[in-house]
Design a protein around this ligand. Structure first.
Ligand SMILES: Nc1ncnc2c1ncn2[C@@H]1O[C@H](COP(=O)(O)OP(=O)(O)OP(=O)(O)O)[C@@H](O)[C@H]1O
Length: 221
């Protein structure tokens, strides 16, 4: 489903080149959930951005369902993202001028994959059904985060990439959002690559890998 092949990324800095990713290989199976952990600055967000085709590696390639991202032009990469990927970041990136219902279906509509029944189901499951006509600024942080998750799942992506999706929430709200996220992922058969600092968050996922000095290692017991 997702394959990272020898991904290498170096940033130029005033102190010289910073080797963030040093030949990363990773294979994620359909429906599999994987936590990516590692110290601050170890390159987790960099890896996620490369996997989403939002940035390009110095070497290596990303295959999404066998399709090489490196071989695509930027517009075709954006189309692939719309069709196959859901993205959830720590900042919610909701559109302030759109209602809850319109925010949720925005990506699905752009991808030509709007499914009214699935959108209603997501709104209900995410506890947002009564809030359809509200605007993002009228929601709590937890509600905004749930809406961002709903939006990412509305087009039924094959893979959800999530960067600290509960980083802004207190523990109780974070647990609730993560339980929902896992349930919805299972319902839709979507794979998950989730960046987190939290062992509690990583624990229930199928696999956990640590990023350290540019390489991936299986997490110990
Ligand atoms: N555009 C850039 N130019 C130069 N250095 C960068 C750039 N983006 C990231 N870095 C550096 O690359 C390293 C990895 O950053 P990245 O954001 O991927 O780490 P992270 O593991 O996600 O960190 P955190 O857990 O703090 O979010 C950091 O040292 C960061 O300062």
């Amino acid at each position: 489903m997702l394959q990272l092949i020898n991904l290498t990324k170096t940033y130029p800095t005033p102190q010289g080149p910073l080797h963030v990713l040093d030949g990363i290989d990773l294979h994620l199976a359909p429906g599999e959930s994987l936590a990516l952990m590692g110290e601050s600055g170890s390159g987790k967000s960099t890896l996620l951005h490369l996997a989403a085709g939002l940035d390009t590696p110095d070497r290596g390639d990303v295959l999404l369902e066998g399709q090489s991202i490196a071989a695509l032009s930027e517009p075709r990469r954006a189309e692939l993202r719309r069709q196959r990927l859901g993205l959830v970041f720590q900042q919610f990136h909701l559109v302030p001028s759109l209602s809850v219902a319109d925010n949720l279906t925005l990506q699905a509509r752009l991808a030509g994959r709007e499914d009214v029944d699935w959108a209603q189901h997501l709104l209900a499951r995410l506890g947002l059904a009564g809030l359809n006509d509200r605007y993002p600024e009228q929601l709590s942080g937890g509600q905004q985060q749930r809406l961002a998750i709903g939006r990412a799942l509305a087009a039924r992506p094959r893979l959800l990439l999530a960067d600290e999706p509960t980083g802004n929430l207190d523990e109780a709200a974070a647990d609730q959002v993560l339980d929902l996220l896992r349930e919805l992922i299972e319902e839709s058969g979507c794979a998950l690559l989730l960046v987190t600092h939290s062992v509690r968050v990583a624990g229930p996922l199928d696999r956990c890998l640590h990023l350290q000095r540019g390489r991936l290692a299986e997490a110990g017991p």
